[in-house]
Design a protein. Structure first.
Lengths: 107, 154
């Protein structure tokens, strides 16, 4: 019997986290994904299958190749994927505020 | 606790809105966007060109910790002192298309102000790519750290 997969199970494995990182940047074929690892092609295929079953990865047929991409909607279930983007701007704006407060006191 | 910086990115839209309230008077907030030396300090970039006028242009270059240079540029479509800047933004040598930015500055009180930044992307997919970038870098860093720990155990 196949256990029901969930996203937390999917990201518990370091290899699967590495796969998520790769496809977050661009859609890739299984061959291209496997090319980044020392593990066998079958092992990587199994990881891709698990990530696809819990919908973290989506498939798209382009010509004869299948490309895998990150499903951002599903990633929201794990963590709000917008948060790091917000944080980046928050840090940047905090810096602006600090710089201008010093500017004010210099005058 | 109310967040000072907010990001509103609705599902399926090719735009996003970043808002931030500053503990600064409007004039000082606006100055941070137009004085090259100040922009360099808070953006951590080198300003090659910054023409604050209608139909002006801008160009920045940032050096990453590995010493690689990254260029950014755009045109300033509309410039209105202490009110708004409408400009384009493009990352050079990347596949990301140019984006359109509407920056609106307003005074809240004598000593506080607000910036509303609306960014419009070429497509929904392009917007989502940009949103995902810091997220992807985050997992990448977490993964590298994990890799270091594993390597040390060996």
């Amino acid at each position: 019997m196949e256990l029901r997969r969930d996203v937390f199970q999917a990201i518990a494995d370091p290899t699967r986290r590495a796969i998520i990182t790769l496809v977050a940047l661009q859609a890739l074929t299984p061959t291209a994904i496997a090319g980044n690892f020392d593990s066998s092609r079958q092992t990587i295929s199994k990881h891709i299958q698990i990530l696809t079953e819990c919908e973290i990865l989506g498939q798209e047929q382009k010509g004869r190749e299948i490309y895998y991409h990150l499903n951002p909607q599903k990633m929201k279930e794990i963590a709000d994927f917008v948060e790091p983007f917000r944080k980046l701007w928050d840090v940047r704006f905090n810096k602006l505020e600090d710089v201008m407060k010093n500017y004010k006191s210099d005058k | 606790m109310e967040l000072k910086t907010k990001v509103d990115a609705r599902e399926g839209m090719q735009e996003l809105v970043i808002t931030r309230e500053f503990d600064l008077p409007l004039e000082l907030l606006f100055k941070a966007y137009i004085e090259p030396e100040i922009v360099e300090q808070w953006m951590g970039t080198k300003v090659l060109k910054l023409e604050n006028k209608n139909h002006g242009s801008w160009q920045f270059v940032t050096t990453d910790p590995k010493g690689n240079k990254h260029g950014f540029n755009g045109v300033i479509h509309e410039f209105s002192m202490n009110r708004k800047i409408t400009r384009t933004f493009e990352m050079e040598n990347t596949s990301f298309p140019v984006q359109l930015e509407f920056l609106e500055f307003e005074a809240l009180t004598e000593g506080t102000s607000k910036l509303t930044m609306k960014i419009i992307y070429k497509s929904v997919a392009d917007r989502d790519e940009m949103l995902k970038l810091p997220f992807a870098q985050g997992i990448n860093m977490a993964h590298n750290r994990l890799q270091e720990i594993v390597n040390n155990i060996r």
